[in-house]
Design a protein around this ligand. Structure first.
Ligand SMILES: [Zn+2]
Length: 304
């Protein structure tokens, strides 16, 4: 939620469930253009095929692969436009991990400009990361995913009522935990995916209790402790692999991405929690009493 949802399970989870803040993108929407303009359709400027002019020198232009030639070249490793490739910030070799990571990605995340999952995947061995895109998954259509969900060594990062703190689980669990599933989407998308797919309620639910503040400052997070999918994966893998170096390495490209965006005019998006606490929240307070109460609790940092 953005997995961001998976952190804490207190204020964030309550917010996600309230409906009041559910509209806040968990892995919020991008606010910055990437310092590069959008790709424009080259074909629009071309004359359309006209059979009557087939003898003229201008015709045949539409047959040229113009659009392909103008498409912004993309780096094959980090999936970023080549001009803003983040590969110098990725580890030279993929990190050596034993945990398998499954990212369940809401289809809307796939097309966002500022995506963190390709950066995450670029840091890890290919056979350790699987990204499955969709809203609905079933035993029949996804036998592999079903087997994963039924495996007692599989965890899902989701701050539901049954979620336990991942760190505590690791220290108390004699079993080998082989796989972790993370849902990539906004809060409401993640909640929808979790509740509408019974498969995802089979694995043990875990959450991250961390004091880490999101470094993904260019998208608004509901609270400072809501983490992007990449940050969640970084923290979770560091715990599962008992190796803090993993977290540092995975966060490096995100820091570079944020710093690049800020240099190119993106604004730091402070979390709603920060804005409320400092009297900077730009919107009128809600009239709905339940929502207002939640806002007050958030301002006072009371667990809700
Ligand atoms: Zn690259």
């Amino acid at each position: 939620m953005e997995t961001e949802a998976a952190v804490g399970g207190s204020a964030e989870a309550a917010l996600a469930g309230s409906g009041a803040e559910a509209a806040e993108p968990l892995v919020p929407r991008e606010t910055a253009r990437e310092g590069e303009g959008a790709v424009e359709s080259a074909t629009a400027a071309l004359p359309s095929p006209d059979p009557e002019n087939s003898g003229n020198c201008a015709d045949g232009l539409w047959e040229l692969p113009v659009e392909h030639a103008l498409r912004r070249p993309q780096c094959s490793r980090c999936s970023r436009p080549q001009k803003v490739c983040l590969c110098p910030f990725l580890p030279v070799h993929p990190l050596n991990i034993s945990t398998n990571l499954y990212i369940i990605q809401h289809p809307a995340e796939e097309n966002k400009v500022l995506r963190t999952v390709p950066l995450l995947a670029a840091c890890l061995p290919q056979d350790k990361v699987k990204v499955k895109i969709g809203r609905r998954f079933s035993e029949e259509r996804d036998p592999e995913l079903s087997a994963i969900c039924r495996n007692p060594g599989t965890l899902i990062l989701y701050p539901g009522a049954e979620a336990i703190n991942l760190e505590e689980l690791i220290s108390n669990s004699p079993n080998h935990l082989s796989t972790i599933i993370i849902i990539d989407g906004t809060w409401s998308q993640a909640k929808d995916i979790f509740y509408k797919n019974s498969l995802f309620r089979l694995p043990r639910q875990v959450q991250l209790k961390t004091s880490v503040s999101s470094q993904y400052v260019i998208r608004t997070q509901p609270t400072n402790r809501c983490l992007s999918t990449l940050e969640c994966a970084a923290v979770a893998l560091a715990i599962l692999e008992k190796n803090d170096h993993i977290q540092e390495t995975l966060l490096r490209p995100l820091q570079a991405l944020c710093s690049f965006q800020l240099q190119h005019g993106a604004q730091i998006r402070l979390s709603k929690e920060h804005l409320l606490k400092n009297g900077l929240y730009p919107k009128p307070m809600p009239k709905n009493k339940r929502k207002l109460r939640k806002m007050e609790l958030l301002m006072n940092s009371v667990k809700i």
